[in-house]
Ligand binder design. Structure first.
Ligand SMILES: Cc1cc2nc3c(=O)[nH]c(=O)nc-3n(C[C@H](O)[C@H](O)[C@H](O)COP(=O)(O)O)c2cc1C
Ligand SMILES: [Mn+2]
Length: 466
């Protein structure tokens, strides 16, 4: 199948679509990058994107909550959520190599001397107990020193000096492996930190593990995802091809030999990681558009987890459709941080399908390690409406027989109730027994269309009646 080329997933075209769709809320006052913007992003999380045109101490606008809701993602990506999921699963098997360009918007301004990150970037101080100011939307592009494969991944970066950042580099990350391989060769690792990149690169960089194996060139996967190759340009101080259309690219090198205290900082799971030693990234060039737009992400915020939701759903559906074909849809819920809980929808067509809903629970746990709870419902339940899912639990689940507990399985290490990641998995079968669909059928009302012009506020009409 040919991917749609009709949508330009570049950062600015995406912002233009959000504006056209009414998905942007603009702050009318000067915003303080010290605690205020982070707090507003948290307070209004999951809603429209936030635009802060005037930021105290800077002449750069800041955007927040860019991809923090389904509506924002659909608008930014120019496809509905099913289209996003579909495109993601195809991109992994159909990468498109980047094209090299000679001139790039990201090189409109190039600084290689007297770099002052703190003065140039409106990097936020997000929450009162954070260890400092952070760049949170930086996608690190690097080439593995042994394999030559390009990698892209998000890493939070704490400002620790005019041209120095402390980088949070978890174990198991491909970038960490690349830093260690460079160290073995007696070298530092050259990197490019991309801020405000093509959305396809944002999704690609957030994808990990078995969904994004080490041998995949992530710049090419991003091309496959957007349906057109990324344009890249030669770095000014690093021997790397860097995405040409970003708002900013910070070029630099990571040394594993130099460490600096990093943190505390709030992570996706809701807790703050304590301060710990981290490798240091020395910035050798600050390149940017002439009038850049800065993108901020709260570590503990919806955007961090939305970036992985569709990838996880796509991989889950791939496994489930092959293993248990009665599965029609899956939703990784917001309360479960789009990672720990899934609702599966099944279409049991007769007694021959009875029990398969429980096979689906087992297959789901096998497919995604971090999944801790799975609820299965019938196809008349809206799996994107938490109240409807709870209705299924209230009326179709009998706890004495419909709970499946798998003790001592492996989940995510960050879940503090687990023992270093070991925790029970819970399945709930909230489907109607085969052959009893009639007895459980809900009252059906006449179909009706509701359009915005059908109703108005009505205060005056009511006042006239009283
Ligand atoms: C917004 C955001 C912030 C992240 N911050 C970090 C981080 O600070 N450190 C880290 O090791 N992983 C972080 N991650 C996770 C990695 O970027 C992600 O797992 C990535 O796919 C790893 O790439 P790799 O498979 O190429 O190693 C973050 C993810 C997102 C979406
Ligand atoms: Mn990778």
């Amino acid at each position: 199948m040919v991917l749609s080329n009709s949508v330009d997933t570049g950062f600015r075209p995406a912002l233009a679509r959000l504006a056209a769709d009414g998905r942007i809320r603009t702050f009318n006052r000067e915003a303080d990058p010290h605690l205020e913007i982070g707090a507003l992003m948290k307070k209004l999380d999951g809603q429209e994107m936030l635009l802060f045109p005037k930021v105290r101490g800077f002449d750069t606008p800041v955007v927040g909550n860019l991809l923090s809701s389904r509506e924002n993602c659909e608008s930014a990506f120019g496809r509905d959520y099913k289209g996003i999921r579909e495109t993601i699963s195809q991109a992994l098997t159909a990468p498109l190599a980047p094209v090299v360009v000679e001139t790039a918007p990201v090189h409109e301004v190039v600084e290689t001397a007297n770099i002052d990150l703190g003065k140039t970037l409106p990097a936020l101080f997000h929450a009162p107990k954070d260890g400092g100011r952070y760049v949170t939307s930086g996608i690190l592009v690097a080439q593995d020193p042994e394999t030559g494969v390009y990698n892209a991944s998000y890493h939070r970066l704490q400002l620790i000096g005019p041209d120095r950042l402390a980088i949070k580099l978890d174990y198991g990350r491909h970038l960490r492996l690349a830093v260690e391989r460079a160290q073995k060769q007696g070298k530092t690792l050259q990197v490019a930190v991309c801020i405000g990149a093509d959305l396809a690169l944002h999704f690609t960089a957030a994808t990990m593990g078995s969904q994004m194996p080490e041998n995949l060139d992530e710049l090419a996967v991003a091309g496959g995802l957007s349906g057109r190759p990324l344009s890249v340009v030669k770095g000014r101080t690093v021997d790397l091809m860097v995405p040409a259309e970003c708002e900013y690219v910070l070029e630099g090198e990571i040394s594993a030999d130099e460490v600096h205290l990093e943190g505390p900082f709030g992570e996706f799971v809701g807790f703050a990681a304590p301060a710990a030693d981290a490798p240091v990234l020395k910035v050798t060039a600050l390149t940017r558009r002439a009038k850049p737009i800065y993108h901020a992400i709260n570590g503990y915020g919806r955007e961090t987890i939305m970036l992985r939701k569709y990838v996880l759903e796509a991989s889950l559906l791939k496994v489930l459709r092959a293993a248990v074909p009665i599965v029609t849809d899956a939703e990784m819920t917001a309360g479960g941080l789009h990672r720990f809980h899934a609702i599966l929808q099944v279409d049991k067509q007769g007694p021959q399908h009875e029990g398969l809903q429980r096979n689906a629970i087992l297959a789901a746990f096998g497919a995604l390690k971090d999944l801790d709870m799975v609820i299965v419902v019938d196809d008349d339940i809206d799996i994107r409406d938490p109240a409807d899912v709870e209705y299924a639990l209230a009326t179709r689940m009998e706890a004495s027989g419909d709970l499946i507990v798998i003790p001592e399985a492996r989940g995510h290490e960050y879940v503090r109730i687990s023992r270093n990641g070991v925790r029970a998995k819970l399945g709930m079968d909230a489907t109607v027994p085969a052959g009893e669909k009639e007895r459980f059928r809900r009252v059906a009302f006449s179909p009706v269309q509701v359009t915005p012009d059908m109703f108005s506020a009505g205060a005056q009409t009511m006042a006239d009646l009283l």
